[in-house]
Ligand binder design. Sequence first.
Ligand SMILES: [Zn+2]
Ligand SMILES: [Zn+2]
Length: 725
Amino acid sequence: MAPSVALERVRLRVRGVVQGVGFRPFVHRLAARHELTGFVLNDAEGVTIEAQGAASSLREFAAAIVAEAPALARVDELVTSPCPVHPEAGFSIRASGHATAGRQTLIPPDAATCDDCLRELFDSGDRRYRYPFINCTNCGPRFTIVTAVPYDRPSTTMAGFPLCAACRREYEDPADRRFHAEPTACPDCGPRLSLPLEQAAGLLHDGGILAVKGLGGYHLACDATDEEAVARLRARKFREEKPLAVMTADPGSLAVLSSAETALLEGVARPIVLVPRRDDAPLARSVAPGSPWLGLLLPYTPLHHLLCHDVGRPLVMTSGNRSDEPIAIDDEDARHRLAGIADAFLSHDRPIHRRCEDSVVRAAFPLRRSRGHVPRALRLPVAAPIAFVAAGAELKSTFCVARGTEAFLSPHLGDLDSEAAFRAFRTDLSLYLDMLGVEPAAVACDLHPEYLATKWALEQELPLVEVQHHHAHAAACLAEHGETGEALAVVLDGTGFGTDGTLWGGEVFRCDLAAFERVAHLEAVPLPGGEAAIREPWRLAASYLERAGRPVPFERWPLVRESLKVNAPSTSGAGRLFDAAAALLGVRERVSYEGQAAIELEHLAGAVPAPAYECRVAGGVIFGADLVGRAHDDLAAGRPREEIAAAFHEGVAAAFAAACSEAAGSGTVVLSGGCFQNLRLLGSLRERLETAGFRVLSHRLVPPNDGGVSYGQAAVAATRLSQCA
Ligand SMILES: [Zn+2]
Ligand SMILES: [Zn+2]
């Protein structure tokens, strides 16, 4: 640089997802471009840079750090302060500073194999040709292998694999795309498979079931075109009918994809995406029995790419567990738990440190926010004055750790209704707290006394913030949109504990992040037999038909009716209203997984046009039995079931839109709860509310189902705690 230019020096502190994403070499290149001297290093707060040069170069440099950050990075904060100029030559990358209190650095999510690595994987001239653990600074395992912060190789489960000379050269060369790629490895120095790939592919080809060690846990895989293999997997896994995810490198051959769906499938998070199946999709019937939808995902690890390539057929790729238990991550545990299911194990010696299931997306919202997203923080619109844990709900369980304006939603844990699941909850929570350096000073939980998460919260001997289940749903939607003001909320859900001890779930609230008022709700009906009624939707049909003054056609009803006297809590759950309609239409009298009847009713309705059934709404009560009564009468008159299902969906949407209009003339309405996984219901209610002049917000970042409840609890608790602070 010209000697006449006055030198300045600044210190830049960068916070966000800035470690393990190629940030330091990126800064190094930028410094060279702007002719700056100084250094960059990782520390427990993020990345610290000191740079010296001309004032204008320093300004451009700082702007470029934000504007040109690497693909996997996210800059949340960049603070610049001046410091004294001193003589210096060159720009260096320094060793990490020591961990200090209050770990602010975010570990990046796991990322799908990048195109550069894929090219090398299938290039017979490359030294990593067909190496199943190839990765670089732009891709590979992160969250699932990091054991401590700051993120460096010794703080990952790759610590036991010393780099060979060739890998070390790449790792230490700022110009190389593997510069400080912490999990980098090669066939000479890296992890190895426990089974030759030819053997694994051969087994799949011959209809076998293979346990495959993935990024965040074990999967069970089989040939998705082989009916016998898929049926055997279902039988061994005790999974009767719930659709199985299919991994394929050629999704277009199985599904009709929109450009948005293709973008989701190909995104770096690589979730399972629910997409409409092609009629001619060459898949076994048992993959998704009776469903017009398929859960597809693309290969996301080099091992997946090799398997898909070598087998040459779509593969069922489902969580390595029995029914809804937490996914197995430990090799010995997996061998033990999956022994009766898998015919062989395709394992390897790179340990998984953190459990992380696949994410699931439908349309533009997540059904499960997990791999590829965690541990990225969500924002809280009101900062938590103290750090705390929100324990979540029971089904599709997650927890959430709140720190300032950051909410760290956990990966999907599964249903928290067994000892194994509860153990996983406690293990994963302590790993999360450790990763974040958080010592919780309060706990938020559901009102339901029987949830294991609530029981855990009560044992903590910390200040407790109890959050009503559907208020948590509403708050989750408000919070992800940054709303702090008052709004209406339509929460349509299965069943959750109300403040009056009954089971709620078809609610219109006037609420904000701190409090709610129940302004309308579905008329409560008896839930005959309690929990049994949730597995046997015909009981709900009987309950609703009786309320509607119609005859009840089910033979077992007189017997069950007797039981009402001893075991019939009442419920206003919208999920149960959908169950009733589904059972009445003969869609399903019994279910093998939560929400099944309602999902199949949505399939039946499809896009069939139908005017809404009328449903009385008066004084804050929505008489859902009217809808079931009308469905009964139309069925008796021989109207096609598809039309009845469609008119029922429209009727529910029209009734809740009317309830909102009765409660307020205009304003914002948030939509949440498990029923809004139903696209027909979501679309119809949104349109009706917007026509009536409301601004409508629905989920984009967290699931509308109970997987989003812990984030909602966190938003409520942060607000309430800040009000009393
Ligand atoms: Zn890569
Ligand atoms: Zn090597």
